[in-house]
Design a protein around this ligand. Structure first.
Ligand code: KIV
Ligand code: ZN
Length: 515
């Protein structure tokens, strides 16, 4: 299969830049492994020159993740390109991705360069990158607002300097499908040496058109598409990988070109990202949203029972969503758990399976029936108490009810330094009291923005999921946790948020010390 669309995943670079989606290096490694398993052709691991931590993340992914090419972003500047090359040294297959803006507005106000100077910098950047890596991608930032004739000149110079992929970003999400598609047709006809390079699209979703624009580009010759899991990314996000892949597959009759993605891994990968970032997707999000395959109306359900194709254009199993709701219980063994997790798309190694089995047994003792949603929470390790520095040891509540009652809570937390902290507080309600006690114990200064609780499975003993969003140090932080007790889930979610905040601060302090 030579004619296929290469999937260039930028979840760990462009996606990670979006508020609430920042990841630590170990989290990026978890995601990079999931992306390789999903079958993406290229993983953009980060912007190596941005900070020592970004460098380490790219280098670790390059060293440890096999099966997908690993890309590192760089401006067309010597120092950036050398950092990218150094970070990619141990990659099985690496790519240096250089970029420079080409629109007049960026040239005049951001780069303060003439068109001729930017063209020269682009060619020099590609040429330098080629000395380190035979696979070099060139991106013309804000391409969709650039003069097409000038853009074709810059792209021609990039090919001549050795670029093997030419990316045409719609950086500000301004393009509309017919216009963006025409740009690819124009570049295919006017870039000298275009047959030596792959044309690539990269769309942002400011007008909600990122996926439509990407598909228009593919119809006009793009054979690489840059996208992110769940569509995370700057501002309104990037084009959603799962939507593009499934559009190409479901409408193969129309597009006539596919990808190498293992589509059954789409849902588990999406859930993995949600677990890592704490950033949820809308229930009605296409392909991986909770309602994406739910049929509520009686007419639809009736039709589905007769023939599922009446209302279903894709089978949930094709994207890794299980149709059957097999229930496990306290007598289910390790093998049954492992089989069910595999069916749900989670291949756990021995150690992870042992841990999952211990969680499962504890849960099955509390709950009669353990559903897929419970198993997913176990597999993703989203019990909220996994990553420090703080670990919740216990909560005690005096949940008094009544007009004059004053609910109070006391909490016990362990810090990774060995300290055990115990604090109590009163509040307007039990959750408020728990939060106040945790904030006091950890000395966290945060502003609660959102707090939601919902049940993740069915029955009176269903597990509750708590989601919290806070603002601290001018940034957003999110946390999520699951427990049979919603007060415990709420406490764990807040501890997760505080842990994210503290890890971020430690990282910033490290970076400052290095700079
Ligand atoms: O949106 C954009 O222009 C980018 C480039 C750096 C590829 O992310
Ligand atoms: Zn971008």
């Amino acid at each position: 299969m030579n004619d296929f669309v290469r999937i260039f995943d930028t979840t760990l670079r462009d996606g990670e830049q979006s508020p609430g989606c920042s990841m630590t290096t170990p989290q990026k490694l978890v995601m990079a492994r999931a992306l390789a398993e999903l079958g993406v052709d290229v993983i953009e691991a980060g912007f190596a020159a941005a900070s020592p931590d970004d460098f380490n993340a790219v280098a670790s992914i390059a060293r440890e993740v096999k099966g997908s090419r690993v890309a590192a972003l760089a401006r067309c500047q010597r120092q950036d390109i050398e950092r990218a090359a150094a970070a990619l040294e141990q990659a099985e297959a690496g790519r240096i991705h250089v970029f420079i803006a080409t629109s007049d507005i960026h040239l005049a106000h951001k780069l303060r360069m003439s068109r001729a100077e930017a063209l020269e910098a682009a060619a020099a950047g590609v040429e330098l990158a080629r000395r380190y890596c035979e696979d070099v991608e060139f991106s013309a930032e804000d391409a969709s607002r650039s003069d097409p004739a000038y853009l074709a000149e810059v792209m021609s110079a990039a090919v001549e300097a050795g670029a093997t992929t030419l990316n045409v970003p719609d950086t500000v999400g301004y393009a509309i499908p017919a216009e963006y598609g025409a740009m690819f047709a124009y570049l295919s006809a006017h870039v000298r040496g275009i047959e030596k390079a792959i044309l690539s699209c990269h769309c942002h979703d400011d007008l909600g058109l990122a996926v439509a624009n990407s598909l228009a580009a593919i119809q006009n010759g793009a054979r690489q598409v840059e996208c992110t899991i769940n569509g995370i990314g700057e501002r309104a996000g990037n084009a959603a990988l799962e939507e593009i892949v499934m559009a190409l597959r479901t409408r193969a009759n129309h597009f006539g070109v596919g990808t190498r993605i293992k589509t059954q891994r789409l849902y588990p990968t999406s859930r993995q990202l949600i677990a890592v970032t704490g950033s949820a997707v809308a229930r009605n999000k296409a392909i991986i949203g909770e309602n994406a395959f739910a049929h509520e109306s009686g007419i639809h359900q009736h039709g589905m029972l007769r023939n599922r194709e009446t209302y279903e254009i894709m089978a949930p199993e094709d994207v890794g969503v299980s149709r059957s709701q097999l229930v496990l219980g306290k007598h289910s063994g390790r093998a049954a758990l492992s089989d069910r997790l595999r069916e749900l798309g989670f291949e756990l190694d021995e150690a992870a399976l042992n841990q999952a089995f211990a969680h499962f047994k504890a849960l099955a003792d509390k709950k009669k029936e353990v559903f897929d949603a419970d198993l997913e929470a176990i597999a993703l390790g989203s019990t909220g108490n996994e990553q420090g520095p703080w670990r919740l040891l216990g909560v005690q509540i005096n949940g008094a009810i009544g007009r004059d009652a004053v609910p109070s809570a006391s909490v016990r937390l362990a810090h990774e330094s060995g300290r055990i902290v115990q604090e109590a507080a009163v509040g307007d309600g039990p959750v408020h009291a728990i939060f106040a006690a945790i904030e006091r114990a950890t000395a966290a200064v945060i502003k609660l923005r959102q707090y939601q609780v919902r049940s993740i499975s069915t029955g009176e003993d269903a597990q509750g999921e708590a989601r919290i969003e806070v603002e601290a140090d001018g940034r957003d932080y999110r946390g999520r946790a699951v427990s049979t007790d919603i007060l415990e889930a709420s406490a764990l979610a807040l501890v997760e948020v505080i842990n994210r905040l503290e890890r971020r601060r430690a990282l910033a302090a490290q970076e400052e010390a290095v700079a």
